[in-house]
Design a protein around this ligand. Structure first.
Ligand SMILES: [Zn+2]
Ligand SMILES: [Zn+2]
Length: 364
């Protein structure tokens, strides 16, 4: 352990408030990399880990969407070197499991193996700490497996690159890899948070004609329209009917659900035309039961798909996203509604719970 501690936001136990405190990181051993964070986005999955909707070993340093600069690389690390800008990848693939063999690296069986390995200690009492979703980005510095860093794309500021690691890859992938939106198709995006805003921008890139954004908050209309929404609806009991009215009574070709609630998934599905496709990106709890009757499944001929990390291969997709950014088609910075310090993360969690804002970005 090094003598100098770095500051980090630690989740002491599920349900407990985050504590900003000093942590001691080890020198990176073989195959590991030490990264100084430039920025880290606050994602809904961090909130889900803190309140127990998703379970991983604790106490943990949360944060899984970040970018920074390599300060040290252990033996055998060849694809990045000290001084390089990197994007953190919270879902590294092992290359050896059946999913990886099929090329479905986002379903890698070993993606979260690192989450069960102690990566740091609290500076005050020496308690072992786990790295949340592998990368422990809510910290001034982190030490991660080399497979969890990708070279940052050239010409993209690290604060923007941070968002590529989760929200943008997920939202873009939902539209391009899962729903496979084609030019001229109509799209509805449910939930205008970081992922939803990325999905709206991606629908615009795909050449969608009508792009409907739906959110419980009327305050997000401007944000949604700037991201490409042609129509904005405040969620209600009649949302599906309103969407059909906007699309010649047909329903949209594609619905992208970024909320993870049973009612929203059901509404998204009902908003699509016969034969339409619904991609569920939102991560909900086990208590969220969605029901369908057998006759309607037959009658509507619709597809309902899950989507993990945008069905993305980060190594393949990051350069593609960078190309869209450099061409001015994709703007990760437009997802950010608040720039905060580490101490601001609990308030950012409260905002997410209340359905306010887009992405909060921790800037170091
Ligand atoms: Zn995330
Ligand atoms: Zn694998």
């Amino acid at each position: 352990m090094t003598a100098m501690a770095v500051r980090a936001a630690v989740l002491p136990a599920v349900g407990a408030p985050l504590e900003v405190t000093g942590i001691d990181l080890p020198e990176p051993g073989p195959g590991r990399v030490r990264v100084r964070l430039a920025a880290a986005g606050v994602c809904h999955s961090d909130l889900s880990l803190s309140n127990g909707t998703m379970r991983l070993p604790v106490p943990a340093v949360l944060g899984h969407e970040g970018a920074g600069t390599v300060v040290a690389a252990g033996e055998g690390v060849t694809h990045v070197a000290p001084g390089d800008g990197v994007v953190l990848n919270w879902a590294p693939s092992c290359g050896a499991c059946p999913a990886c063999a099929r090329g479905e690296v986002w379903l890698c069986a070993g993606a979260l193996d690192g989450a069960a390995q102690v990566h740091a200690r609290r500076a005050d009492d020496g308690t072992d700490l786990y790295p949340g979703l592998n990368v422990a980005a809510f910290a001034e510095e982190t030490v991660v497996p080399a497979s969890c860093v990708l070279p940052a794309p050239e010409g993209v500021p690290l604060a923007d690159a941070a968002l590529l690691g989760c929200a943008v890859l997920t939202g873009y992938g939902a539209v391009h890899h899962s729903a496979r939106v084609r030019p001229g198709e109509t799209v509805a995006v449910f939930g205008v948070g970081g992922v939803g805003l990325a999905a709206l921008q991606s629908a615009r890139i795909a050449g969608a004609s009508t792009i409907v954004a739906v959110d419980v908050s009327p305050a997000k209309e401007e944000l949604a329209r700037a991201a490409g929404a042609t129509d904005y609806l405040v969620a209600s009991d009649t949302t599906a009917r309103q969407i059909r009215a906007l699309t010649g009574k047909e329903g949209v070709d594609v619905a992208v659900e970024c909320v993870g609630r049973a009612t929203t998934i059901r509404t998204a599905w009902e908003s699509t035309r016969r034969g339409g496709r619904t991609t569920v990106v939102g991560i909900g709890g086990k208590d969220q039961q969605v029901t369908f009757n057998a006759l309607e499944i037959f009658h509507w001929g619709r597809t309902l798909s899950g989507c993990v990390y945008g069905n993305s291969d980060p190594a393949r997709d990051l350069p593609v996203l960078a190309g869209h950014i450099r061409a001015g088609r994709l703007d990760p910075g437009a997802l950010v509604t608040e720039r905060i310090a580490l101490d601001g993360i609990p308030a950012a969690f409260d905002n997410m719970l209340a359905g306010k804002g887009g992405r909060a970005l921790v800037v170091f």
